[in-house]
Design a protein around this ligand. Sequence first.
Ligand SMILES: [Zn+2]
Length: 565
Amino acid sequence: MLRWTETLLNTLREPPQDAEIVSHKLMIRAGMMRKLGGGLYVYLPLGMRALRKIETIVREEMDRAGAQETLFPILQPAELWKQTGRWETMGPGMFRVKDRKDAWYVLAPTAEEAFTALAKSEISSYRQLPRIIYQLQDKFRDEIRPRFGLIRGKEFIMKDAYSFDADDAGADKSYWAMHAAYVRIFERVGLKAKPVEADTGDIGGNFSHEFMVFAANGEDGILDCPACGYAANQERAERRVQVVPYQTEAGAPEEVATPGQHSCEEVARFLGRPIDQIVKSLVLLVGGKPVMVLVPGDRELSETKLRRLFGGAKVEEADEATVAKVAGPVGSIGPVGVELPIYADRALEGAADMVVGANKEGFHLAHVSLARDAKVVAYEDLVTVREGDCCPKCGATLTIRRGTEVGQCFKLGTKYSAAMGATYLDEQGVAKPLIMGCYGIGVSRTLQAIVEQSNDADGIIWPASVAPCQVNLLILDPDNAEVVAQAEALGKALEARGIDVFVDDRAERPGVKFKDADLIGLPVRVVAGAKSLAKGGFEIRRRTERDSVVVAPDKAVETIADLLR
Ligand SMILES: [Zn+2]
């Protein structure tokens, strides 16, 4: 039994000034954690117990899926990161430190390089495949603005796993085994997390799901289909394309004066035309070379989709001088007569009576048919999907929701194994690169996400599987020997049943104990006092219920076990 009088635990009436979201406020107020510095937190004994329970569930499900636990150093030689080029591309978000001999190291933000190096040294034959290895370890990120407590900190706990397979089919099998393990993990910790299709971002590759928790303050936009369940990160979401309705040619291109009108909104208003009849023309540098991109005037280009179209090449906005050289003055550019590769969004396919920039300050061209007047290389899905677009799977209207990522699965392919020379010999004795996947869970972030999703005005409501303890036993009259004896006996009987018990044995008023019990939020509250014993036993209720029942001491263990099921 954990006793309050022996525990490092202080509850607070007021949340800290820097806490913006309810879970951050409650984690501090309930004495689960304390801030050590910006984005750095200490897990206190109660918070630590919840964290350990989450870690245990993660380990059990990883092991069940055939993964094996290891532990890698946090401090990793820069050399590893140079082999894949990420020493340069990771940028200022990665902590870099020097030892006394001026050798550089990384405080690991992730561990693809380290795991690939291990696979390179340990795996040599197809007979050793597949392998999935994982660790639970601290990770670091030099956040510009750490906030939301454990949701976006500088140091956090991750479970990261890496799979190594001989072929693509094997890699897919490992991927879906991890995906299934993630579904079980989030179910078991009591968190509603939805797998959504995601972009592969900096890590590369071609296959990814993020496990998202919907939350008003989430960093990511998720397009969600209420009809068929399709869900995708906004960066990556697709839509059922509806082409613009201007499909009939209306004569030759005609120069129209548009003095001082640059944005599509301005031009549409000035010419009295719908905004989707205006073409937004953009010049971007893809892998350093200028490319023109066309989207309807009311849409935003997705740089993520453009990057993917070019196999992950770097995409940047072109500067004004470059735009002027290859097209015209910024704000007046268009596709007619330019000698650039032109890519257009699919909604513009067949567009025949459009307004485009004339590549001349103060002028646009009307009646432009893209097929006739512009050299479009290809029509591709190039815009950011938004609320109201049609679901790519079923055509229903998509809604947008905010979410926080708690886990992610990536199929990496051979990106890291090829860069680092991690190969195996196949049955014919031919060296081939290992096919990899990587799989992360933000363990500390999950802890706080559970609180964000499960609380009320009075405090936290812990799911029984991860609660610091399952029962909060309140001794209201700690000076009454009979009350204490009954409470102690119940506590021991519960522990014998494998139910962990937190005892509030402080000499405090009942009102204070009730408030703290709600704030700390253990699943079942049991009150032992002279009054309740006179009524026939203990007052027992779930954290989520208002009314207690009085249960005789010899029935109490059964009642509590039932409530926890
Ligand atoms: Zn749908």
